[in-house]
Design a protein around this ligand. Structure first.
Ligand code: BDR
Ligand code: CA
Length: 304
């Protein structure tokens, strides 16, 4: 499977990138970056660092810096750390970003790998929406999206109604979810229940000292935030999208049009409905969460 992760690293984004790299079925042909957890320049720098840690050439193309309709987006340094990767100091990757803008890179790669490119958007959907708007063929060329976003039958995390990725650019989410691209929406309904504790990260670090050890280090800061909210461990939000592609049997999907609220206190809310006609979106509403966590652990444990 040719895959691109569209990402705003971000602690759990790093988990998704490493887990994807651990899957022999996935040919990771690029990372595209977007504002979200951190400013886009920081997301790009972090993605370059993570790509270097993989020890293989993975191009990183920088994308959009602001939402389509900016309602005052701000980075969330208190969640993902001052530099976006927990307590890690600013990394200094050697490689430069890809010369093309992420939106152009996405359009080109979708054309080149027509019908086989799978995208994993795990940040705000701005780059994907721009690609849909700019290139009429893009939506036809992409094989499938596994989106980390939404809260269908559960409360949000950015607000009581909205999950953070959708909340950060609801207009983009609406464009993507209405595009007709075959989409699996993996949101808080499942990811809130895929939690990994500090002790489990420490055990993973023993099995995978380089990559598991790095994730254990950066997760420490992220876990503190969850603990301050009375939760044990941190959620594997972004890696859950990759697990959904690798192990679809672990997720229960509900068909339905997803309406995204653009106004008022519910802005960014994802509401599932049942309009007549072809449904292109399926939302993960339940899953075998212990097995999802185990798949992630076994994947990372394959890395050095
Ligand atoms: C999502 O928001 C971001 O903070 C995380 O990286 C994840 O993509 C969870 O709501
Ligand atoms: Ca993310």
């Amino acid at each position: 499977m040719k895959a691109i992760i569209d990402t705003d690293p971000g602690v759990d984004d790093a988990m998704a990138i490493f887990y994807a790299a651990s899957c022999p079925e996935i040919d990771l042909i690029g990372l595209t970056t977007v504002f979200g957890n951190v400013p886009v320049e920081m997301a790009t720098r972090n993605a370059l660092h993570l790509a270097e840690m993989l020890g293989r050439p993975v191009p990183v193309a920088q994308g959009c810096a602001r939402p389509l309709n900016d309602r005052g987006w701000k980075p969330v340094f208190w969640i993902h750390g001052e530099e976006g990767l927990g307590a890690l100091e600013a990394p200094s990757p050697q490689a430069a970003p890809h010369p093309r803008h992420a939106v152009d890179f996405l359009i080109e790669q979708a054309e080149r790998h027509k019908g086989e490119l799978v995208l994993f958007p795990v940040g705000p959907l701005t780059n994907i929406a721009e690609a849909i708007r700019r290139a009429p063929a893009f939506a036809r060329n992409v094989s499938r999206l596994y989106v980390m976003g939404g809260a269908v039958h559960v409360p949000g995390n950015a607000t009581p109604f909205a999950e953070a990725n959708i909340h950060n650019d609801p207009e983009a989410a609406r464009i993507v979810l209405d595009s007709g691209i075959d989409t699996v929406l993996v949101g808080l309904d499942v990811t809130n229940r895929t939690n990994l504790s500090r002790e489990e990260f420490a055990a993973l670090a023993k099995r995978s000292p380089v990559h598991g050890g790095f994730l254990a280090d950066i997760a420490d800061f992220y876990i503190k935030l969850y603990e301050s909210r009375g939760q044990q461990g941190c959620s594997l939000h972004d890696p859950a999208t990759i697990v959904a592609a690798m192990h679809p049997e672990l997720f229960d999907l509900e068909d339905g049009d997803i309406a995204v609220s653009l106004e008022g206190e519910t802005v960014g809310q994802t509401v599932i409905g049942r309009k007549a006609g072809r449904q292109s979106v399926r939302a993960a509403v339940d899953g075998r969460t212990d097995a999802i966590i185990a798949a992630f652990i076994e994947g990372i444990a394959r890395l050095p």
